[in-house]
Design a protein around this ligand. Structure first.
Ligand code: EPZ
Length: 421
């Protein structure tokens, strides 16, 4: 197991190139199952979650080659198990989004229920209700969901909850249904739009992705795709916060600014300067940060995946901030660790009051989930003294060599072996 060791106090300077978006790449990998033809995905980030999804595709019978450019040959899936096993799904819940493609293309599949995760129960009831509306027969037993449908049929479905994965599962399933589907109260995230772009490249007929109503006209078969993944708005947002809190001056090359308005608006409200330049997005951190109030919302609202990172900025700001998490029920696990570094944060229900103005001090801290671990690294960048972030396998799920990127920007940061669990 590794740990990351940081000596805080350095101002970040220079430029960092933003990698392909994890949450887009994972779903596009699933889309490769909708066809028997070969697909190619470029600009793929080198992350453990991507590797896990590639392992699942291999388990299903695909041949998967490459890492930055991933080539998927699904010709053997028809003779495969058509099953996503517990061991894979429990490590990465995005695996449940193979349900839609497998059901639509092969008429049946068996997928382990994902169970809860650190940040919440994260049920998949909306995925299942939606697939039932498209004609799937569903049986839940032994911790698995078994789905069958000779051929899915187009239908109208309104989501009770805005769900990114649920929207993506249904959109993929509907592409091969007989007839047209209308999906309402859908997620508008850029990753939904990106998936629709790929599906339409494959020959699907999808309209409205990025709005709250998506219409899918079913077709009989789909082609493979060759697609370069959009840059990661959350990786870019995380590095932007790093620049803002270290009084830095950093250019984020390829940052998807059009997908970052809520994040950039909050950074500017806090006093950072965010400037679009020919070379990329320049973020300049102020000498004094202003407090900010943040409430996470479905896109285009402030992203829940940036909440933990913004809490570090709030801890450094002069004044009191209020941070409210409305998407997940347990996404404040970074709070006790940040408090050990000297932050003054009080959690009340789904809100955290951050008193700000604290001088953070380095400490040994424990990562608990992907974005919480990113916030601990950010706190280490500004804390006085040494910070050791342990269990960084959480971090490696969503950030490619984050310590190398930050070191290249001037941070005193190293990855070391951690002899302790
Ligand atoms: C996606 O997860 C992202 N993951 C998450 O990013 C992100 O935080 C989340 O969307 C919200 O933006 C991927 O894209 C791989 P949801 P997803 O379904 O699709 C409830 C990261 O850090 N819900 O939109 O699983 C659910 O419990 C990860 O990169 C139901 O109640 O999220 C949650 O409270 C973390 N029933 C809310 O909806 C359902 O059937 C939003 O979840 C489905 C969801």
């Amino acid at each position: 197991m590794d740990k990351i060791v940081i000596f805080g106090g350095e101002r970040l300077r220079g430029e960092a190139r933003i990698h392909g978006a994890k949450n887009a790449a994972l779903l596009i990998q699933c889309a490769a199952l909708l066809t028997e033809r070969v697909s190619t995905l470029r600009h793929v980030p080198k992350l453990s979650d991507i590797h896990t999804m590639s392992s699942l595709l291999t388990h299903l019978g695909c041949t998967v080659e490459g890492d930055r450019t991933v080539v998927v040959d699904p010709t053997q899936v028809a003779d495969g198990p058509l099953e996503a096993p517990y061991d894979l799904v429990k490590t990465m819940r995005a695996a449940v989004t193979v349900m839609g493609p497998l059901l639509a293309r092969y008429g049946h599949c068996r997928v382990s229920l994902p169970g809860g995760c650190a940040i919440g129960a994260r049920p998949i009831d909306q995925h299942l209700r939606g697939l039932e509306a498209l004609g799937a027969k569903i049986v839940l037993k032994h911790g698995y969901v078994e789905l069958k449908a000779r051929r899915l049929r187009g239908a109208s479905f309104v989501f009770d909850t805005v769900t990114v994965g649920g929207t993506q599962n249904l959109m993929m399933a509907a592409t091969l249904a007989k007839g047209t589907s209308r999906l309402e109260n859908v997620a508008r995230e850029p990753e939904v739009e990106e998936l629709a772009i790929v599906l339409n490249k494959m020959g699907a007929r999808i309209r409205g992705a990025g709005t709250s109503m998506i219409e899918v006209e079913g077709v009989d078969e789909l082609d493979g795709f060759d697609h370069a993944v959009v840059p990661d708005r959350i990786e870019a947002g995380t590095l932007a916060v790093a620049a803002a809190i270290t009084r830095g001056n950093v250019v984020l090359v390829d940052a998807p600014v059009d997908h970052m308005h809520a994040t950039l608006a909050k950074l500017e409200e806090a006093g950072a300067e965010c400037r679009v330049e020919p070379g990329g997005l320049r973020v300049i951190g102020p000498d004094r940060l202003e407090p900010i109030d943040v409430s996470t919302r479905p896109y285009p609202g402030f992203p829940t995946d940036m909440q933990a990172q913004m809490m570090v900025l709030a801890a450094c700001a002069d004044g009191q901030s209020l941070i409210t998490e409305t998407i997940f029920e347990n996404r404040f696990m970074h709070v006790p660790e940040l408090c050990r570094m000297g932050a003054e944060i009080t959690v009340q229900g789904n809100s955290a009051v951050v008193r700000g103005g604290a001088r953070l001090t380095g400490a040994e801290v424990m990562a608990t989930d992907l974005r919480a671990s990113a916030s601990l690294v950010l706190a280490g960048l500004v804390a006085s003294g040494k910070t050791e972030v342990r269990r960084v396998y959480h971090l490696d799920r969503g950030y490619e060599s984050i310590e190398k990127r930050l070191r290249a920007l001037g941070a005193k940061i190293q990855r070391r072996k951690d002899g302790r669990a």
